[in-house]
Ligand binder design. Sequence first.
Ligand SMILES: *[C@@H]1O[C@H](CO)[C@@H](O)[C@H](O)[C@H]1NC(C)=O
Ligand SMILES: *[C@@H]1O[C@H](CO)[C@@H](O)[C@H](O)[C@H]1NC(C)=O
Ligand SMILES: *[C@@H]1O[C@H](CO)[C@@H](O)[C@H](O)[C@H]1NC(C)=O
Ligand SMILES: *[C@@H]1O[C@H](CO)[C@@H](O)[C@H](O)[C@H]1NC(C)=O
Ligand SMILES: *[C@@H]1O[C@H](CO)[C@@H](O)[C@H](O)[C@H]1NC(C)=O
Ligand SMILES: [Cu+2]
Length: 211
Amino acid sequence: MGGFVGILFSLVAIIVLLPIHSVGGTTRSYEFNIQLKNVTRLCHTKSMVTVNGKFPGPRIVAREGDRLLIKVTNHVPNNITIHWHGIRQLRSGWADGPAYITQCPIQTGQSYVYNYTVVGQRGTLFWHAHISWLRASLYGPLIILPKLNVPYPFTKPYKEVPIIFGEWFNTNPEGIIAQATQTGGGPNVSDAYTFNGLPGPLYNCSAEGIS
Ligand SMILES: *[C@@H]1O[C@H](CO)[C@@H](O)[C@H](O)[C@H]1NC(C)=O
Ligand SMILES: *[C@@H]1O[C@H](CO)[C@@H](O)[C@H](O)[C@H]1NC(C)=O
Ligand SMILES: *[C@@H]1O[C@H](CO)[C@@H](O)[C@H](O)[C@H]1NC(C)=O
Ligand SMILES: *[C@@H]1O[C@H](CO)[C@@H](O)[C@H](O)[C@H]1NC(C)=O
Ligand SMILES: *[C@@H]1O[C@H](CO)[C@@H](O)[C@H](O)[C@H]1NC(C)=O
Ligand SMILES: [Cu+2]
């Protein structure tokens, strides 16, 4: 095939292929302000390290192929890092989050922008603190939807509700750290298991925090 027809075919090919290559995802920006918040569960109120005063923390929603820019600003005395649990960091290892492994912690009054693209992954993951035992209270869902117009590989659900399992400790983070240090292992047994930060009805004061 030569001459004009060849050029025409090339142009058609370019026009057809262009969108495939240029459809990068969109960029989604989030602001995570690490701040203290008094939270009550199981009849105990304690000051907790939170993101934007929420427990569990805010929901991150992205589509496969999107870039996430999450600006984390630390307003608490603790050093902080955030790990995007299960996200494959491809050429963005410095956005992974483990303190002293891929980054120095974000110190009080400082900010850090986590910048990464979600590639080849779909589903519900979660993010959490990755320094000391702050992950006990500093966590939230990270939802990756399929690309636009790409269906789920199963029947579309009637309703979608992310559920994050967690644990509640009546003690503060320092108490959790002390327990872990004392045993040389993980933290001591928690006081309740939680769904989205709430203990079930078998615990006393379980209705607290429902609003
Ligand atoms: C938490 O409660 C204590 C005691 O009432 C109070 O001094 C403190 O300012 C509160 N902290 C926040 C972040 O609201
Ligand atoms: C916070 O991180 C800095 C830098 O790694 C370190 O020098 C400092 O001791 C840490 N502070 C606390 C309270 O862990
Ligand atoms: C995020 O990373 C990409 C790829 O390295 C870079 O082009 C972009 O400038 C970064 N954005 C910010 C806000 O850091
Ligand atoms: C850890 O839990 C056990 C069992 O409830 C208890 O006996 C022990 O005193 C706890 N340790 C700390 C440091 O709280
Ligand atoms: C609830 O409170 C009652 C009365 O204080 C106590 O006997 C019981 O053990 C508590 N239950 C739980 C699950 O903490
Ligand atoms: Cu993790």
